[in-house]
Design a protein around this ligand. Structure first.
Ligand code: COA
Length: 714
C-alpha cells in the first residue's frame, strides 16, 4: 500500500534538521564534528569484546580491519560523510531521528514514550481536580509565553565538562510538534504558521471523549476562573454524553496499523476535522479517573506510563501528541510525552517551572470566593510583552467547549479492536519496579572523588552480571547539546574494564584492594566514554552515519554492518538514562528489547530513585530480582569504598530500603533477613535465588587498608 496524500499535511511542516531555522544562540554553537574513523573503529572493537566469544571477536576484528584499511570502504565513506556534514546543520540529526524513533513500528506506549510522575496532590472534593487543572493550564501558558518569545535562558552544562552553553532547540518543539503515523516511517510535523494561525486551543480528554478548549479568546488568555468553568462544562458534558468509542486507543497500537487506520478515518470529513483539531492543538490534558486509593510510586508510574489498560485510562490519551498532561480525580498527576521531539531533560525543566508556578500560586485558590482577583503571578506575559498572552479578566459568555465527533467505519472498528488487544497485552506484560535507594545518594560517590553517574552505571553493570554472569550491550544517553541541534549519543558502559571489575567483584579469590584498583579503571573507562560522547566523538552516531552513507550512495553494505555482533551491539538489553529532578517528580520508561531492562534513575544528594522495567513474558529478565540485586550491588560498592578508601561513615548505619513505595527500615539487617532473595555474585537467579550472601553487616565497622584519600579515578 502506498502512502496516501494527506489533506491535513498540507497545513503541517515536516520537522527535519533542515526545516529548523536555528536561532542566533544555536548558530553560535559549534557543529557536531565527524569523529576520526580509526578512533571509532578502535572504540567499536572494545565494545564488541566483552559481548562475544574469542572466535566471534577475531572474525569481527578482521571485518573491521578490512573496512578501516587504507583505501578501503571506511575511508571512502568517511570522506563522503565529511563532505555531507558541511551541507547540514547537524549531519546525524535526520538519520538518528529515523533510526531512534520514526522508523520504529512498535507502539509508542511503554516502548517509546516516557511517563513522568508529579508530587502527589491531595484532592478533597471533585472540583479540586478542576482547580488543579486550571492552574496547570495557566502555568503551561505562562511557560509558552517564554517559548513563543524564544526567550528561554540558555542552559549551561553542569557536571562533567561544566559551563558550556547548550542548544535550546528541543525546548521549542515541546508545544509545536505532532507525530503522524506512517506506513513505513512516521513524520514529526508542526503546524505551518505561514498557512495556519498559531493554535489557540488545547484538547481535553475526559471519559475517553475529546473536547476543544480555546485557551486564548479575542487575543486574551483565559483566566483560571474561566478555565475552571470551562473544565467544569467539559466534565458535565462528558458525564452526560452518549457512550463513546475509545478512539484514542488507535494511537496506542502498532504504528503501521495506526497509519492504515488513520487513512481510513480521514475518508470522512467529520473525522478529518477532529484529527485536525487534535494534531494542531497546543497540548492534550487528560482528566483521568482515579485508579486505586493506594497511591504508591508504582501505581502513579503505571498511570502516567500507560494508563492501566483499555478499561482504565489508556483510552483517555492521544499518544501522538508531544505533551499530554494527566490530572486524575484522586490527585495523581503527571504526564506522558512522545519522545521524538525532545529529551527528558527539557521536559523536566518545563515541569519544574510548572510545579514552581503552582507552588507560588496555590491551585486551591482557583475560583474560591476569597481568591485574589488577579492571581499573584502573571510574570511571563508582562516580562515578554506578549499582549495576546495577557490573562483576561473573566469573560462572561464563553462558548461551550466543543466535543469532537467521530464516524467509525467497520474497518476502523477492526483496527480499534486490534489496538485495544495489543495495548492490554503489553500493559499486562509490563513489569515495573520503583526503588528509592536511601542508603546514600550522589553525595557518597562525590565524597569518594568518583562521578555519581559512573558509580550508578557500574552498579547497573554489576547487577546484570550478578544475575546473568555476562555483560550486555548498554545504552546510556549522553547529551550532545553542546552542538547545533544536538540530541544524544551513547555512553557504552559495558566496557572491557567494567567486565574485569564485575568479575573481580563476583570472585571469592580477589582481594578488596585489587577490586578497588579494577573499579577505578572501570570508572576511568566510563568517564572516557562519557567525555567522548559529550564532545561529539561518540561511536554510535558515527557508525550510524557511515552505514547510512553506504545506503545513500547505494553501495553493497560493508561486512562490518551486516556482521552479527554489529546487530548485537545495537540491541540494548540495558537501556539506561539519568533524568535528574530537583523536586519529588520522576520519569520512567519501558525496555527497548524483549529481553531487556529499562533503567531510569534520578540521583538526589541523599537518595537515588530507580525505575526499573522489563517484560514479564521474557524468562530472562525480572524487574524485582533486578531491583534486589541492584540494591546489593550498590551496598557492595559502598562497602568496598569504605573498606579500602575511607573509614566507615556513620551514615551507613541507617538501613532503609523502599521498593515500590513500600518502606522498610532495615537497621542492621541484610536483604535475606528482610525476606528478600539474595544474589551471590556470579550466580544466575535461576540457579539459586535465595542463597544467603556472606553477611556484610559485620564489615560495617571493619577498617580495611586505608588507601590514599586522593583517588586517581578521574
Ligand atoms: N569527584 C567528585 N565529584 C564529581 C566527580 C568526581 N570524580 N565527577 C563528577 N562529580 C560531580 C559533578 O561535578 C557534579 O556535581 P554537581 O552535582 O555539583 O553538578 C555531580 O558529581 C554529577 O556529575 P556526574 O554524576 O559525573 O554526572 P553528570 O551530571 O556530568 O551527568 C551525563 C553525566 C552523561 C548523564 C550528562 O552529562 C548528560 O549527558 N545528561 C543528559 C542525559 C539525558 O539526555 N537524559 C535524558 C534522556 S531522555
Amino acid at each position: 500500500m502506498s502512502q496516501m496524500p494527506d489533506v491535513n499535511m498540507t497545513r503541517m511542516k515536516r520537522q527535519g534538521s533542515e526545516d529548523v531555522v536555528p536561532c542566533s544562540t544555536t548558530q553560535a554553537l559549534p557543529k557536531l564534528p565527524v569523529p576520526p574513523l580509526q578512533q571509532t573503529l578502535e572504540g567499536y572493537l572494545k565494545v564488541v569484546r566483552p559481548l562475544v566469544s574469542d572466535d566471534e571477536y577475531e572474525q569481527t576484528k578482521r571485518k573491521v580491519e578490512e573496512f578501516g584499511k587504507s583505501g578501503g570502504d571506511g575511508e571512502m565513506l568517511q570522506e563522503k560523510l565529511l563532505e555531507y556534514a558541511q551541507t547540514k546543520v547537524n549531519w546525524v540529526y535526520d538519520w538518528w531521528m529515523d533510526d531512534m524513533y520514526l522508523t520504529a513500528r512498535l507502539p509508542l506506549v511503554i516502548n517509546s514514550s516516557p511517563g513522568m510522575v508529579f508530587p502527589k496532590q491531595i484532592f478533597t472534593e471533585p472540583s479540586d481536580q478542576l482547580r488543579f487543572a486550571a492552574r496547570l493550564i495557566s502555568g503551561i501558558m505562562d511557560y509558552k509565553v517564554i517559548l513563543d518569545a524564544r526567550a528561554l535562558p540558555i542552559d549551561y552544562a553542569r557536571g562533567q565538562l561544566a559551563g558550556q552553553p547548550l542548544c535550546m532547540e528541543q525546548y521549542y518543539r515541546l508545544f509545536s510538534s505532532y507525530r503522524v503515523p506512517g506506513l513505513t516511517r512516521d513524520m514529526l510535523v508542526s503546524p505551518d504558521s505561514s498557512v495556519m494561525p498559531e493554535p489557540e486551543h488545547i484538547i481535553v480528554v475526559c471519559k475517553n471523549q475529546f473536547f476543544v478548549l480555546d485557551v486564548i479568546i479575542n487575543f486574551k488568555r483565559l483566566s483560571e476562573a474561566d478555565l475552571f468553568n470551562q473544565l467544569k462544562r467539559i466534565m458535565q458534558a462528558a458525564t452526560a454524553g452518549d457512550r463513546c468509542e475509545p478512539v484514542g486507543l488507535l494511537t496506542a497500537g502498532d504504528r503501521t496499523e495506526w497509519a492504515k487506520a488513520r487513512i481510513k478515518l480521514m475518508e470522512d470529513s467529520t473525522n478529518r476535522d477532529s484529527l485536525d483539531m487534535i494534531e494542531r492543538c497546543i497540548f492534550v490534558l487528560c482528566m483521568d479517573e482515579g485508579v486505586c486509593c493506594d497511591k504508591t510510586d508504582l501505581t502513579l508510574a503505571c498511570q502516567m506510563l500507560h494508563g492501566n489498560g483499555s478499561h482504565s485510562n489508556t483510552p483517555n490519551r492521544w499518544f501522538d501528541k508531544t505533551m499530554q498532561f494527566i490530572v486524575a480525580d484522586d490527585g495523581a498527576c503527571g504526564l506522558v510525552y512522545e519522545h521524538s521531539p525532545s529529551e527528558g531533560v527539557a521536559v523536566v525543566q518545563l515541569v519544574e517551572h510548572l510545579l514552581n508556578y503552582i507552588r507560588v500560586n496555590p491551585w486551591n485558590d482557583v475560583c474560591q470566593r476569597d481568591s485574589p482577583a488577579i492571581p499573584h503571578a502573571c510574570h511571563s506575559s508582562q516580562k515578554y510583552g506578549s499582549k495576546k498572552m495577557l490573562r483576561a479578566q473573566s469573560i462572561c459568555e464563553l462558548p461551550y467547549p466543543r466535543r469532537l465527533r467521530w464516524k467509525l467505519s467497520p474497518e476502523v472498528f477492526h483496527y480499534l479492536k486490534t489496538s485495544r488487544e495489543s495495548v492490554d497485552r503489553s500493559i499486562a506484560n509490563m513489569d515495573l519496579h520503583i526503588m528509592r535507594y536511601t542508603r546514600s545518594g550522589k553525595s557518597f560517590p562525590k565524597s569518594q572523588n568518583m562521578s555519581p553517574d559512573g558509580f550508578v552505571q557500574l552498579a547497573l553493570q554489576l547487577t546484570y552480571f550478578k544475575l546473568h554472569k555476562r555483560l550486555v550491550s548498554t545504552y546510556e544517553s549522553a547529551s550532545t547539546r553542546r552542538f547545533q541541534l544536538g540530541r544524544v549519543d551513547n555512553i557504552r558502559a559495558a566496557s572491557i574494564e567494567a567486565h574485569n571489575w564485575v568479575q573481580a567483584m563476583c570472585s571469592d579469590t580477589v582481594e578488596d584492594y585489587d577490586r578497588m584498583e579494577l573499579f577505578k579503571k572501570a570508572l576511568k573507562a566510563q568517564r572516557n566514554f562519557t567525555l567522548q560522547a559529550l564532545k561529539g566523538q561518540g561511536m554510535d552516531c558515527h557508525l550510524l552515519g557511515l552505514k547510512e552513507m553506504a545506503a545513500m550512495i547505494d553501495m553493497p553494505m560493508p561486512d562490518i554492518f551486516t556482521d552479527e555482533p554489529f546487530d548485537l551491539t545495537n540491541k540494548f538489553v540495558l537501556s539506561t538514562s539519568q533524568v535528574p529532578t530537583t523536586m519529588d517528580a520522576f520519569m520512567c520508561y519501558g525496555p527497548v528489547v524483549n529481553n531487556g531492562y529499562g533503567a531510569c534513575y534520578n540521583p538526589h544528594d541523599d537518595y537515588i530513585l530507580f525505575c526499573l522495567s522489563s517484560f514479564k513474558d521474557c524468562g530472562d529478565s525480572d524487574s524485582e530480582m533486578f531491583t534486589i540485586a541492584l540494591r546489593q550491588a550498590l551496598d557492595d560498592m559502598q562497602h568496598l569504598c569504605l573498606k579500602v578508601n575511607h573509614p566507615p561513615s556513620p551514615v551507613m548505619d541507617l538501613r532503609k530500603v523502599e521498593i515500590n513505595g513500600d518502606s522498610k527500615m532495615a537497621n542492621g539487617l541484610d536483604g535475606h533477613q528482610l525476606g528478600l532473595p539474595m544474589f551471590p555474585c556470579g550466580m544466575a537467579r535461576e540457579n539459586n535465588p535465595t542463597r544467603k550472601q556472606n553477611s556484610r553487616d559485620d564489615d560495617d565497622t571493619a577498617r580495611g587498608p586505608i588507601a590514599d584519600g586522593a583517588m586517581a579515578q578521574t
